[in-house]
Each structure stands twice: as C-alpha cells, then as structure tokens.
Write a protein that binds this ligand. Structure first.
Ligand code: NDP
Length: 243
C-alpha cells in the first residue's frame, strides 16, 4: 500500500505539533504548516526527519486563499494530494465584543474559519479521486456552548462545527469522513496568558481535575484518521467532562 499523507495546519507548536509527531510515528508523509514561527516549524520538520519520517514544512497563512493555493500546489507536485487534512490552525481573542475592531473580527474569522474552507476546498478533489479521505477539524467546547469574552472565537468554532456536519453529508457518498474534535482546555501556549489563580480556578471547573494534554488530542485525531469509516459529521467532545 502506498504511503498516506497528511497536512496539519498550525503545526509549529501545541496540538498541531503533537499531531505531526503522532502521524510521523504512524508512518505518514507529513506536511507541516504554520504562519509566523517558521524557524520552529523547520526545526520540528528536521527533528521528525531525523527520526526517519517523511516530512516537509510548508509555511503560509491558511487564512489567505492565495497562500493556501501555493501550499496545495507544492503538495500536488510532491505526492498528488493529501489523504488526511487536519484543520488545526487557530487564534484566540479574549475581550469584550464591544472592544473588538473590524480588523480583530476579520483576522479571527479568516484564521479560524475561512482557512477551513480554503484548505478543505483544495484537499477534496484528490480525496474524491481516491474515493477515500479524512478531514478532521480541531474545534472547541466554546463552539458548542459559547464563552463570555470569546464571542468571535466561539462563533468561529460553532461555524466550524456546522461546516463539519454539512460537508460530511456532501462527501459521505465519496467515502470521505469529516469530523471535529471539540477540545476543552488543553495545556498549550493558547492558555499561557492565564496566571496561576486563573489556571487553578479553571481546573476546578473540569470534572477530570486537570487540563488535557496535546498528546491526548493527537491520539484521538490519529484514531479518527486511521479508521471509523461509518463515523462522520460528528463533533466529538474531548474536554474531561467540562460540558
Ligand atoms: P497554539 O497557539 O499553541 O498554536 C496555534 C498554531 O496555529 C501555531 O502553530 C500557529 O503558528 C498556527 N497559526 C496561527 N495562525 C495561523 C495562520 N493564519 N496560518 C497558519 N498557521 C497559523 O494553539 P493550540 O495548539 O492550543 O490550538 C490549536 C487549535 O486547537 C486551535 O484551532 C484552537 O482554537 C484549538 N483549541 C485549543 C484549545 C486549547 O485549550 N489549547 C481548546 C480548544 C480548541 P504561527 O504562530 O507560526 O503562526
């Protein structure tokens, strides 16, 4: 069987980097994307190659359709397309809705939601030609229940959940499964702004009594990629019982 390939957006650190390591270990050809931290992205790609993985860094802003086209042009030249797309790149915005500027709103919409459209649109034709494929969207529990002072972020993740459910129906006849993982609080840079007190009070709200780890997210993402052909259109909570 030929080697499977995966594109992971936002793979320079956090959940994306853990997914990259898990897919590399499972023998996939891994394409790593990130926008700003290019050095980190290249270092991770180099490290995975040293461990024997087939791995390539493809930097670019996935919220920009022209840059997504360039990323997929390179992938097409290398191996035709990807068998698995992990839409993981994301940013948060914490603050009152009334303090958000038009630019803040546009930036979070482009990064968290439009990117999912641009990347999925580019990935699907190859998957259809193969009559198989997986799209896994990294969503949030806030997309299901909403978070105060994170209205835009919650809206992008709710949009991602709707996108997941609808695209799953469109692609099921082509044997392509589309699912989302709605993460709870995962210990990454995204939560680095929390001070000790905020961290502890948040942990108290999690029935499991701790934050999730990036490895736990990667484990579920890889499992969704590897099998479960009848599981599609689902928004799977991974939140330690938070919701
Ligand atoms: P991090 O901030 O640690 O990492 C985010 C990644 O996204 C980085 O690699 C960053 O790269 C990349 N990125 C940001 N903007 C762009 C862009 N425009 N184009 C390409 N890459 C981009 O976040 P996490 O690992 O915590 O989050 C990953 C995903 O998981 C996000 O979608 C987030 O919403 C979701 N999530 C996280 C939770 C958590 O508690 N951590 C909870 C629920 C969901 P660079 O800096 O180089 O641009």
């Amino acid at each position: 069987m030929s080697q499977k390939s995966v594109l992971i957006t936002g793979a320079s650190r956090g959940i994306g980097a853990a997914c990259a390591a898990a897919f590399a270990k499972a023998g996939y050809r891994v394409f790593l994307n990130g926008r700003k931290s290019i050095e980190k992205l290249n270092t991770l790609a180099g490290k995975l190659r040293e461990q024997g993985a087939d791995c390539e860094a493809l930097p670019g802003d996935v919220g920009n359709p022209a840059e997504v086209r360039q990323i997929f042009d390179k992938i097409r030249q290398i191996c035709g397309g990807v068998d698995v797309l992990v839409n993981n790149a994301g940013i948060s915005y914490i603050g009152l809705l009334t303090d958000m500027t038009d630019d803040d709103w546009d930036r979070i919409l482009q990064t968290n939601l439009s990117s999912v459209f641009y990347c999925s649109r580019a990935a699907v034709p190859y998957m259809v030609s193969q009559k198989s494929g997986k799209i896994i969207n990294i969503s949030s529990m806030w997309g299901r229940v909403g978070a105060s002072c994170e209205v835009a972020y919650s809206a992008t993740k709710a949009g991602m959940n709707g996108f997941t459910m609808a695209l799953a129906k469109e692609l099921a006849p082509s044997n392509i499964q589309v699912n989302a993982v709605a993460c709870g609080v995962i210990d990454t840079d995204m939560n680095a702004q929390l001070d000790r007190e905020e961290r502890n009070s948040l942990i108290e709200e999690v029935p499991a009594g701790r934050f999730g780890t990036v490895e736990e997210v990667a484990e579920l993402v890889l499992e969704l990629a590897e099998g479960h052909l009848y599981l599609t259109g689902q928004v799977i909570g991974l939140d330690g019982g938070f919701i």
